[in-house]
Ligand binder design. Structure first.
Ligand code: 8LE
Length: 472
């Protein structure tokens, strides 16, 4: 039986940093067997659930509907009786009980940080954190960052939007806790990408955090300014926010462009700043750091946990959060999980193919489910093609048509017709669909400093109901 510290939530020694040669930040947990880990997770889960029950009106109400009380929680199956929580539900609750909702488990005086979403997909959601939450999430970030190779000697350029993007704040707190130098540069202001290139060239950061789309755009800008991104000297680029770092062809492009390793991390803003998912330096897919955030992968329809080796929707539960804990938060994403051990030896399950994307981003064309990330993998595996692309879905008569718009790489010498042909054939074999390919000159499609939106579904504009799916 693994012994948990007496306190819940745990209190970590803020001054502790392992020696640079140490493999693990928290060897006690990271070298457990899978059985020991399960045991630890269950103990933490019981305490988190008891805490939530005692402090959150939101969950007490939800759980009363299924007749659940914390004493009922003996094993993971008991836990699976609890209803899911959706983003929509949290939003509605915050509208009814502004601004934090009825899931605020601490007093207003105890709030240490307030964050929120930018509200691109609806009304913004507010997140409150206690001081202890902030410290624990910084610790969690530092632990995952250590696993992918970040050390106190590193200089980390944070090239993502601050203000309402929690990912940037989590990265900053983690870098500070780990003892590396943080350069919280941000992104998204007019002219900032050009400035980023100049600052990076000047300061020579050894690590970069942002979105994969932005890293590719930044590299393009650097080349326009006559700078080879390899000259920045970056050895680790880590990402969250969208698929990309887990898409093999994108990973290869980022690595060959910058000369550093590309690392995938990330879950959802509601879960972060805790880093729930993140790769180690072996980069065999994101580890699901179960003792930080308990993650289940469940079948989108039956809503039952799927066995390892199967695909499903990640569902997240905090294990160390006081202010606004999430219990069984439905992500609406799709992934595949495995518990085959990674060469790093950590006991955590993994998402070996990353997170494919939101179920909402998936388009159904002639009965085939198409994720933009699958198209991305094909586009970026063709050398003559640029990094940017769009999926345009329309309806011709009663038939759905998928067109993929791509750009020629500005420095490529390939014949556009040959590149288009090769793309058409590869898409056909990967998606099982005939796709119309449109090759555009380099620089035609809009770039993003944040997360890319690459699907244009004209069926919606045409008033036809697309075959599609939605999350819970
Ligand atoms: C594939 C986790 C964070 C703060 O970086 C973030 O982007 O949170 P946000 O804005 O709530 O967006 C969450 C969504 O981004 C997820 O549901 C998923 O669709 C996508 N996402 C985040 N990280 C990844 C990702 N998709 N791979 C990732 N590594």
């Amino acid at each position: 039986m693994v012994r948990l510290p007496e306190q819940w939530p745990p209190v970590y020694d803020r001054t502790y940093v392992p020696g640079p040669e140490e493999r693990y930040w928290n060897p006690t947990v990271e070298t457990m067997t899978q059985e020991q880990l399960q045991d630890l997770v269950l103990q933490k889960l019981k305490r988190q659930i008891r805490y939530v029950y005692d402090h959150s009106e939101f969950y007490r109400k939800k759980w009363a509907a299924v007749g659940f009380e914390p004493g009922d929680l003996k094993d993971f199956e008991d836990f699976e009786r609890l209803p899911f929580t959706t983003k929509q539900e949290l939003r509605e609750d915050q509208m009814e009980h502004p601004p934090y909702g009825s899931n605020l488990c601490i007093s207003h005086e105890e709030i240490f940080h307030i964050h929120g979403t930018s509200g691109t997909t609806g009304k913004p959601t507010v997140f409150a954190l206690s001081r202890g939450d902030w410290e624990r999430m910084a610790e969690a970030h530092a632990r995952v960052m250590w696993a992918f190779g970040l050390r106190p000697s590193d200089k980390v350029f944070i090239g993502s939007v601050f203000s309402l993007y929690v990912g940037s704040w989590g990265a900053l707190a983690g870098v500070e806790r780990l003892g590396a130098a943080a350069f919280p540069f941000g992104a998204g202001q007019p002219g900032q990408t050009e400035k980023a290139v100049r600052w990076m060239w000047e300061v020579k950061p050894s690590a970069f955090y942002g979105t994969p789309s932005y890293a590719l755009y930044l590299a393009e800008k650097a080349k326009e300014l006559g700078i080879d991104p390899r000259e920045f000297g970056i050895r680790i680029l880590f990402f969250s926010g969208e698929p990309g770092a887990g898409v093999p062809a994108t990973r290869r492009r980022i690595e060959s462009t910058y000369g550093g390793i590309c690392v995938d991390t990330g879950s959802m803003a509601e879960m972060t700043p805790w880093m729930a998912n993140g790769e180690c330096q072996h980069r065999q897919g994101m580890h699901v750091w179960q003792d930080i955030v308990y993650t289940e992968v469940v079948h989108p329809e039956t809503k039952q946990r799927v066995p390892y080796g199967r695909e499903g929707v990640p569902v997240y539960t905090h294990l160390e959060r006081q202010a606004q804990p999430m219990v069984r938060l439905w992500s609406g994403d799709l992934t595949l999980w495995t518990n085959e051990l990674c060469p790093c030896g950590r006991p955590y399950p993994r998402f070996p193919k990353g997170i494919y994307g939101r179920v909402d981003d998936m388009v159904v064309v002639r009965g085939v489910n198409v994720y933009p990330s699958a198209v991305e993998d094909v586009v970026r595996s063709i050398p003559g093609l640029g990094d940017e692309f769009r999926l345009v879905v329309s309806r011709e008569g009663i038939m759905d048509e998928l067109a993929v718009q791509v750009e020629m790489n500005t420095t490529a010498h390939e014949d556009p017709a040959i590149a288009a042909d090769s793309l058409r054939q590869k898409l056909k074999s990967v998606l099982g669909l005939s796709v119309h390919v449109e090759v555009l000159p380099g620089g035609t499609l809009e770039r993003t400093e944040f997360k890319a939106r690459r699907v244009v579904d004209k069926r919606r504009m045409q008033g036809a109901a697309p075959e599609g799916s939605s999350g819970a």
